[in-house]
Design a protein around this ligand. Structure first.
Ligand code: NAD
Length: 271
């Protein structure tokens, strides 16, 4: 018997900001399945060369024109400065996912996002990104007495410009930061998104303790989370390859969050 296919819900129109390692990969994953109910309606990157291979209709030359493409969701995969400069304008018109989560360590930015979404009825999303176990951290946020995260990376994969450190001068295991997560984010804004997400999901930027360690002998990135509260203890560690500032599993993780929000296609969906 021929069953007529029911039309999927409305297609989610998605705008992408930042077309580097993660942006390109996420675009490819969205386009791979034409039935997933998602359509990329613009791509914006501050460097024209990054989007030179895309069709002219897809590229947005001026981010100020984003609303002309009527996006349902804009995904930032560029730099925390995008949220500072554009977060309010974007959230006044549409929903916004920021993956450069260190932006939230600035209380004024967090307040601006919260206020704009309340005023305009839009939604901001923080993906779990590099955090394994963000669901457990969030669901038990009232239970944790302490959360400690140790991040280990090769120094060549850490952008030390804001911290005034020369990564080439580091010859042995070195602790670059040890203290409240609020302080590490502005020092290493491109490298500590995972720490920021853990703080935001759990007990906040002041109470979450972060340690950032580098060693030129390492060629992997490690994130080890330890959380403890009454009657419960959580220990999670992931070790993975790293290219630039991004761990190997991050592009697939970001796509997963985008499709959790945007996909309207058929199939069995894990939530
Ligand atoms: N949430 C997470 O777990 C997580 C994990 C890894 C990386 N990140 C963050 O994701 C972002 C992208 O990472 P990536 O590895 O793809 O980086 P990348 O350097 O490969 O690409 C970034 C792209 O964004 C563009 N860009 C930078 N600033 C911009 C701006 N102000 N406006 C428009 N375009 C701009 C750059 O030209 C580049 O093409 C970074 O901020 C990184 O810190 C988050």
């Amino acid at each position: 018997m021929n069953q007529e296919r029911i039309m999927p819900q409305k297609t989610t129109r998605i705008g992408l900001i930042g077309y580097g390692q993660i942006g390109k990969a996420v675009h490819g994953m969205i386009d791979k399945d034409p039935d997933n109910g998602m359509e990329v309606v613009f791509v914006y990157d501050q460097i024209g060369e990054m989007v030179a291979d895309l069709s002219r209709e897809l590229v947005l030359e001026d981010l100020g024109e984003f609303d002309s493409r009527r996006p349902d969701l804009v995904v930032e995969m560029a730099h925390p400065s995008v949220t500072r400069e554009w977060g309010k304008a974007l959230l006044e018109k549409t929903n916004y996912m920021l993956i450069s989560v260190t932006a939230l360590a600035d209380p004024e930015i967090e307040k601006m996002i919260e206020e704009t979404t309340q005023r305009c009825g839009t939604r901001a999303f923080i993906p779990h990104g590099g955090v394994v176990g963000m669901d457990a951290l969030q669901e038990n946020r009232d239970v944790w007495d302490e959360v400690h995260v140790t991040m280990k990376k090769p120094p060549k994969n850490v952008d030390c410009a804001n911290a005034g450190v020369d990564p080439d001068s580091i010859v042995k295991e070195t602790v670059l930061y040890d203290g409240p997560t609020r302080g590490v984010c502005p020092m290493f804004p491109r490298n500590t998104n995972t720490l920021a997400s853990i703080a935001y999901a759990g007990i906040g930027f002041e109470k979450t303790h972060s340690t950032l360690v580098v060693n030129p002998a390492w060629d992997t990135a490690t994130v080890a989370i330890h959380a403890k509260g009454e009657g419960v203890e959580l220990n999670v560690e992931r070790i993975e390859g790293i290219t630039g500032v991004t761990g190997a599993s991050t592009p697939a993780s970001i796509f997963n969050s985008v499709q959790t929000i945007g996909s309207t296609g058929p199939g069995i969906h894990l939530r």
